[in-house]
Design a protein around this ligand. Structure first.
Ligand SMILES: O=C(O)Cc1cc(O)ccc1O
Ligand SMILES: [Fe+2]
Length: 474
């Protein structure tokens, strides 16, 4: 018996369909960086070898490598795509006219500034004018360089129309997309992904994809990492289970279209610049594929949070969904961390995030609801940046309300909230347009200026029960 055959997902989709209906009953494969196999036509995957002289159905074999050929096996990522025509069949790349110059992949004094000031942005409105995902993508901040294969960029996007007869390809790094409003219907070379707010998608370096918006506009955040890929964090003493489970990561099944597409455009992001190349067919012509380098999605509600069950506020590293590592153990180029609904049960503890300064830099976004450290001003679709060693923490209202409440509420389920953080060991530079943006909150610092001294010399000490329940004596 051919044991591989039984693992192969066959997707009997309409061969030439491009309509949104082809998204209606998507099937996914589950697992993280597994060696997947998928075929849209039975028998399309070669057996026993990846590159036969002639492939089944007469397709071309093409490898996409996400790591160097010689990367250690446990890090090595590559896939084989079996396609109607190879990707190379296109006219030369030409620079896209600079109507769109808000993408940065190398952060310098010419395109960005550095500031230790706490920064916050209100949500950006989705524009009225027709804007697709690529046109609506702009960089907020980042560090390092895609050319040097070390660094990251944080982008945001607003879009109100589907990409039309074009696909995007990011040669610079991996995109981790966090939609905040509006569903994304993403066609990739490996198949289709439907991604709603509350889910994320990872589009690794080099994959071509197109974003459709049949359900209306979308807005969201994108983290891009250069020179490394997202991994699941180690779990240490948590054990073998918890946080994001590998089986909750969903990978597309093969889907292809073979009809001719005159004037089709590949938009390639290369060194932060956009280039276009014409071809006469869709890049979504992959009849079958196998490998461990693939786009994937993940539903954040499947995250299994761990936290303190007695006292003190745990560090947010325990909420890491995915981490893009550096070569230094435990030091992330970019962690993706979430603050989902959960129970707060700590006794005699200041339960909101503590006041702190961090050698890592923290960019935050809010998908829905409110954030436990901010009573006002941090809105869904907005963002904040607290860079290396910049002090931050709960605003005055949150602090006062927490102290006034004590822990009388007992166990408390924090609901209606989904905030996240992109945390990096590199210090971001902020793009000029983000600093000059009309949605920047110039009064952000005022959320802390009302914090008054509660210092009462000689009246309270660590043994004092009133200190323990957080209440001050009169
Ligand atoms: O600054 C923030 O709001 C993010 C954050 C949350 C938390 O629970 C602990 C530390 C931290 O940086
Ligand atoms: Fe923080």
């Amino acid at each position: 018996m051919d044991h591989q055959q039984s693992d192969i997902k066959t997707n009997g989709s309409d061969l030439s369909s491009t309509s949104s209906s082809s998204f209606s009953d998507l099937q996914y494969q589950s697992g993280f960086h597994n060696h997947f196999s998928s075929e849209a036509l039975p028998g399309a995957l070669p057996h026993g070898q990846s590159s036969p002289l002639v492939c089944p159905y007469g397709v071309y074999a093409e490898q996409i490598s996400g790591t160097s050929f010689t990367s250690p096996r446990k890090l090595n990522l590559r896939s084989w795509l079996y396609r109607v025509k190879p990707s190379v069949t296109h006219e030369p790349f030409r620079p896209l006219e600079p109507s769109h110059r808000k993408l940065v992949s190398e952060f310098t004094q010419a395109n960005s500034s550095t500031t230790p000031t706490q920064l916050r942005w209100k949500p950006v409105d989705v524009p009225e004018s027709p804007t697709d995902f690529v046109e609506g993508l702009f960089t907020v901040c980042g560090a390092g360089s895609s050319f040097l294969r070390h660094g990251f960029a944080i982008h945001m996007y607003t879009a109100n129309k589907s990409m039309d007869n074009c696909a995007f390809c990011n040669a610079d790094g991996d995109f981790l997309i966090v939609p905040q409003t509006g569903k994304l219907w993403i066609t990739t070379e490996c198949g289709k992904l439907q991604v709603s707010p509350g889910e994320i998608a990872v589009l690794p370096q080099g994959f071509r994809f197109a974003v459709d918006l049949p359900d209306g506009p979308s807005r969201g955040y994108v983290a891009e990492v250069f020179g490394t890929h997202f991994q699941l964090p180690d779990l240490g003493p948590i054990g073998a289970n918890g946080l994001a489970a590998p089986r909750d990561f969903l990978v597309p099944t093969a889907w292809f279209e073979e009809s001719s597409r005159p004037g089709y455009i590949i938009i390639q992001k290369f060194g932060g610049e956009l280039f276009t190349a014409k071809q006469d067919f869709s890049p979504f012509n992959v009849v079958a594929w196998h490998g461990n380098y693939t786009p994937y999605k993940y539903d954040l509600t499947t995250f299994c949070p761990f936290n303190t069950v007695l006292f003190d506020h745990g560090d947010p590293s325990v909420n890491t969904v995915l981490t893009a590592p550096t070569d230094k153990p435990g030091v992330a180029l970019l962690d993706f961390v979430i603050f989902p609904p959960r129970w707060l049960v700590a006794e005699h503890t200041f339960r909101p995030p503590y006041y702190h300064r961090n050698c890592m830099s923290e960019f935050m976004g809010l998908i829905y609801g409110g954030y436990e450290a901010k009573a006002d001003g941090f809105l869904p679709g907005g963002a904040s940046l607290h860079s290396c060693m910049t002090p931050h923490g709960p605003d005055t209202k949150t602090y006062e309300a927490t102290i006034a409440r004590g822990n009388e509420a007992g166990p408390f389920r924090i609901t209606d909230t989904l905030a996240f953080m992109f945390e990096s060991c590199l210090i971001p530079r902020v793009c000029t347009w983000a600093l000059e943006s009309p949605v920047i909150d110039r009064d952000y610092y005022q959320c802390w200026t009302g914090l008054k001294s509660h210092f009462t010399r000689g009246r309270m000490n660590a043994e004092d029960g009133d200190v323990q329940n957080g209440k001050k004596e009169d």
